[in-house]
Design a protein around this ligand. Structure first.
Ligand code: NAP
Ligand code: MG
Length: 462
């Protein structure tokens, strides 16, 4: 695959500070497909300076003009959708149809939503004898993971630009080519130099330098809770704004009145999609004791159907990590009903779609984020028991509730300690706030709530 050997800074591709590179590997066949520069603190510093210089001009650009730039960006992404989907598939491994529909389709919709919001949002309001202005926070340091490489970038960059902020992005080391494609799109869309800057590199080097740079006003991070905690602490010490989208261990609660087969099938599809590498996946299925064995059988059948069409996980380390979680589950007493820790193919970082039954709430596989195609099915005795189990983790990112009547599902959902709940299979909404309760994070992405993360208020009294 073609790759840039420099950083996108101040509107141009510039040589990196050092000659170090990162190899990009196709997880489906383990072949090296490209190399990108491994950025250092020096590259980050150059990018932050470019973003600082560009900030006053971009912040003063009328929202309608910023909206037009975002619409142009959406159009370039749309024109290049096939090429970007191929890049996502090459470096992440997700099947091409999924890359087209979700990996690229969703961020195009999100970019479009911010083009519209920038044009219509009330950046100014009257409150009694005051006028309250919503002003951009400043320079944003964005650090993104590999699981939805384009979406994670757009979910930060589009609202930041809509707000009038400028950005330095450090994408995941596993998926830098999608980030380079995004930078090309920004350039082609004619967004002014320095408004968006890209530094590829390793987390503990380039990521750390960006998160702790004094020229950055807000750090927006998506990834593991371990790194998020560290970034939050660094930002706290500098009294700097921070947004954290972290892990999840969401519950799919099937109440006895629900359509069991539908709830199980949609639940399995939710977990297996993107090879289980979705932070909001419903990785714990909660089923009433009276329907438990029937649900396990349905889930095993549904999961087995993914055997041929599931993509690999992102890298060898994640493959090993997911396999060892399956082993831990069995060792702690879970019943393996389909899949397992064995490597299913000779080449590529594949993991078999796996279902574990008889999982109890204190087991490791019921508490920790696995980030692979592994579903844990838990049994509950009554509604209070289901609620206790659903809320019994450190996470609170998403979830689902199924019931015969919508009102019954809503009543249950209102008692869940979590940021998003799908009712009877409700569709993902790219305008709805996305983010976590508890250790799943701080702040919200998407829609107007996502935009307000990048704004600060000033009030003038008259
Ligand atoms: P991660 O290490 O948290 O990576 C997320 C981003 O942070 C990447 O760009 C990473 O760079 C960067 N980073 C790493 N260490 C950093 C540091 N000290 N300072 C600043 N930035 C740093 O996550 P991961 O290693 O890719 O995945 C590990 C686990 O995290 C997964 O198994 C999963 O449980 C969870 N995860 C969650 C999400 C989510 O959407 N919430 C997404 C991905 C992973 P590098 O790419 O160079 O590491
Ligand atoms: Mg990492």
């Amino acid at each position: 695959m073609k790759a840039h050997d420099g950083m996108y800074i101040d509107g141009e591709w510039r040589p990196a500070a050092t000659a170090d590179t990162i190899a990009v590997v196709n997880p489906a066949d383990e072949q090296v497909i490209a190399h990108v520069p491994a950025g250092t603190a020096e590259d980050v510093d150059a990018a932050v300076r470019a973003a600082r210089t560009a900030f006053p001009g971009w912040a003063a650009t009328p929202p309608a003009e910023r909206a037009a730039h975002l619409a142009a960006l959406r159009d370039v992404l749309t024109a290049r959708a096939d090429e970007i989907a191929e890049t996502v598939t090459a470096e992440l491994g997700s099947p091409l149809s999924f890359s087209q529909k979700v990996q690229v389709g969703l961020p195009i919709a999100v970019a479009g939503s911010y083009a519209e919001l920038a044009a219509t949002y009330a950046f100014e309001e009257k409150v009694g004898n005051s006028t309250v202005y919503q002003e951009p926070v400043g320079v944003v340091g964005a650090i993104t993971p590999w699981n939805y490489p384009l979406h994670q970038i757009v979910a930060k960059v589009a609202p930041a630009l809509a707000a009038g902020c400028t950005v330095v992005l450090k994408p995941a080391e596993d998926t830098p080519l999608t980030a380079q494609s995004f930078a090309e799109a920004v350039d082609e869309a004619g967004i002014p130099a320095g408004v968006f800057n890209l530094v590829t590199g390793l987390g503990p080097v380039a990521g750390q330098a960006l998160a702790s740079h004094e020229g950055v006003d807000l750090v927006s991070f998506t990834g593991s809770t371990a790194v998020g905690r560290q970034i939050g602490a660094t930002a706290g010490a500098a009294v700097k704004r921070v947004a954290l989208e972290l892990g999840g261990k969401s519950a799919n609660v099937i109440l006895p009145s629900a359509d069991l087969a539908k709830a199980v099938n949609v639940g399995v599809a939710n977990v297996m999609s993107n090879s289980g590498q979705t932070c909001s996946a419903w990785t714990r299925m909660l089923v009433h004791a009276s329907q438990y064995e029937e649900a396990v059988e349905l889930a095993a059948d549904a999961a087995a159907k993914y055997g041929e069409r599931i993509g690999p996980v992102v890298n060898a380390k994640q493959q090993q990590r997911v396999r060892s979680y399956i082993e831990t589950g069995v060792a702690e007493g879970a019943r393996l009903v389909t899949g397992g820790p064995e490597v299913p193919r000779e080449q590529g970082y594949f993991v078999s779609p796996t279902v574990l039954a008889d999982v109890t709430p204190e087991m490791t596989v019921a508490q920790e984020e696995i980030f692979g195609p592994v579903l844990a099915i838990l049994r509950y005795e009554d509604e209070e028991d289901a609620l206790r189990i659903a809320n019994g983790t450190v996470y609170g990112l998403a979830g689902a509730v199924w019931a015969g009547e919508e009102s019954e599902a809503v009543a249950f959902a209102r008692r869940l300690d979590t940021g998003q709940v799908n009712i009877n299979g409700g569709r993902f909404n790219p305008l709805a706030p996305f983010g976590g309760y508890k250790q799943s994070g701080v702040g919200r992405e998407l829609g107007s709530h996502g935009l307000s993360e990048y704004l600060q208020t000033k009030s003038l009294q008259f």
